[in-house]
Design a protein around this ligand. Structure first.
Ligand code: SGN
Ligand code: CA
Length: 513
């Protein structure tokens, strides 16, 4: 792997160096990116709640990463980390608020300089206008599930249909008809799915209506044995799951946004008003009976939470299924068009998600479910089909990996590492033995998860909630569900000291002060 300073890179580009790289062997790259996709909702990971044959194909024909982690488990910051190959404190995108500084050097810009045609379609959610893309066609803000508004260089336009299908169609359409085609391409196909409030397409409204999903063991977590933040968050199925999440649709007369609506209420009314009256009726028909025990209050305590959990899974997983169908369709298209053999396909998400573990939905924590994201890579002729690794990977590694994979120099200031050696079947010596994490969107932001940073090794995890002055230490081998912190436990004195040292070493290595 070659590393060059960004200054040198830019100079080479200005000198027309990129124009020399006109060989035919640079593969196309398609990065399929979703929003909030938990590993337990990808069947390739095993023990999953549903089958995802489309996504699984990428694993069966490529490599599955068991420990792909994010640097900051929230939407905008994850996307910024992926684009720049840098932590939030370096790329400046700490929370979902504020704009991403698009003047920075990013993966698509480096690929452009390397002779690639670049495009992004779907959810962007970085506030500022995309830079580094020859073509961009993005959802406005969080985006809507039905009849979504897209923004492109030509302005705003509403597209009829279900967002996941629209993004799937636009993706294939760009590859087939819109791109110039005289260069290899880099395409980011980015789904809104399966983000809250998990609106399934009409064809799947009842898909899982009769399925009883297994409950996670920690569904009724009491948050003993951990720092105080775990009990004080606002993301429980029991107390914070809303009528919106259950799909209690407002009456037709209540759809218009009102002056006194909060941002969230306005967002909800906008979302619902995007459905046609017929679609809203189909929603009411599908969910009325299933929601009745909750409306009528006939359930209480654990039974009520169990019912909410099942309702949550029905919708979340139906949304995943629709996305999986579109991913399957894209892979079929690559086969039919003959592009598959010379195209790297990656599937990942901006982070994981809680599917009832600890009694929760949402993400943000450094705990396993939201720290991990699915990561599957198919690189025909290079990566062995059906291979997998447990190496500790981070989302900041994706940019250096892709540059390395196509023979482009990896800029020196990227903080991630290329994991192409794993994709080529090797086990590189000296690969990182711990990852660093920092989450910044503390209370009063939605879900009230305290700010924290931490380190995770293959076996242990140390977390510091610095606003609370509290710590947690988990032994993931003995306590994979992270139910009992052993911070301060004399049996773990040496482990704790070692992890503290590693944390400090990583903070100083990455310059997070
Ligand atoms: C919305 C959601 C939250 C979610 C954030 C961030 N509420 O505010 O539940 O945590 O987005 O999500 S909603 O009722 O409006 O859906 S992120 O993926 O964009 O980071
Ligand atoms: Ca997200």
């Amino acid at each position: 792997m070659i590393r060059l300073t960004s200054f040198l890179l830019l100079s080479l580009t200005l000198l027309g160096w990129s124009g020399l790289a006109q060989t035919g062997d640079r593969p196309n790259i398609i990065l399929i990116f979703s929003d909030d996709h938990a590993l337990r909702a990808v069947s390739a990971y095993g023990d999953a709640l549903i089958e995802t044959p489309g996504i699984d194909r990428i694993a069966h024909e490529g490599m599955l990463f068991r420990h792909a982690t994010v640097t900051n488990s929230i939407c905008g910051p994850s996307r910024a980390a992926l684009l720049t190959g840098k932590f939030s404190h370096v790329n400046g995108k700490f929370t979902n608020g504020g704009l991403f500084d698009g003047s920075q050097s990013t993966l698509p810009k480096y690929l452009q300089a390397h002779g690639y045609e670049t495009a992004i379609i779907g959810k962007w959610h970085l506030g500022s206008e995309p830079t580094g893309f020859d073509h961009w066609d993005i959802l406005r803000g969080q985006g809507e599930y039905f009849q979504p508004t897209f923004i492109s260089a030509r302005g705003e336009a509403v597209f009829g249909g279900y967002a996941t299908d629209v993004i799937g169609r636009k993706t294939i359409d760009w590859i087939e008809r819109q791109r110039a085609g005289d260069k290899p391409f880099f395409l980011m196909s980015q789904h809104k799915a399966p983000h809250r409030e998990w609106f399934p397409p009409l064809r799947h409204l009842n898909l899982y209506a009769d399925t009883v999903f297994p409950e996670p063991e920690s569904l009724f977590d009491t948050y003993q044995g951990r720092a105080s933040g775990a009990a004080q968050q606002e993301m429980t199925l029991a107390r914070h799951f809303t009528d919106r999440d259950l799909k209690f649709l407002p009456d037709e007369a209540e759809l218009a946004v009102r002056p006194d609506d909060t941002r969230r209420e306005a967002g909800w009314r906008n979302m619902v008003s995007r459905l046609t009256p017929g679609q809203r009726q189909a929603y009411r028909d599908a969910f009325e009976q299933r929601n009745r025990p909750l409306v009528e209050g006939t359930l209480s305590g654990g039974d009520r939470v169990r019912h909410i959990y099942q309702r949550y899974m029905q919708d979340y997983l139906a949304v995943v299924t629709a996305m999986d169908e579109n991913i399957g369709r894209l892979l079929d298209y690559l086969d039919e068009s003959g592009l598959a053999a010379n195209t790297i396909v990656i599937y990942t998400s901006d982070q994981g998600f809680y599917l009832g573990e600890h009694g929760w939905y949402d993400k943000r924590w450094m705990y396993e479910e939201s720290l991990h994201a699915p990561l599957l890579v198919r690189w025909p002729g290079v990566t062995a089909p059906g291979s997998e690794t447990s190496a500790l990977i981070q989302n900041i590694d994706i940019a250096p990996t892709l540059l390395d994979a196509v023979g482009a120099p990896v800029p020196e200031d990227m903080q991630g590492e290329s994991f192409t050696p794993f994709l080529r079947g090797g086990e590189p010596a000296g690969w990182r033995d711990a990852i660093y994490y920092h989450y910044y969107e503390g209370p009063p932001a939605v879900h009230a998860v305290p700010r924290h940073y931490g380190v995770r090794s293959a076996r242990y995890k140390l977390i510091h909630y610095y606003d609370l002055g509290e710590w947690e230490l988990f032994d993931l081998e003995r306590d994979p569900d992270e139910m009992q912190s052993v911070y301060g436990d004399p049996d773990y004195r040496d482990v704790q000291a070692g992890m503290l040292e590693r944390l400090q070493a990583l903070r100083s290595r990455y310059g997070d002060n």
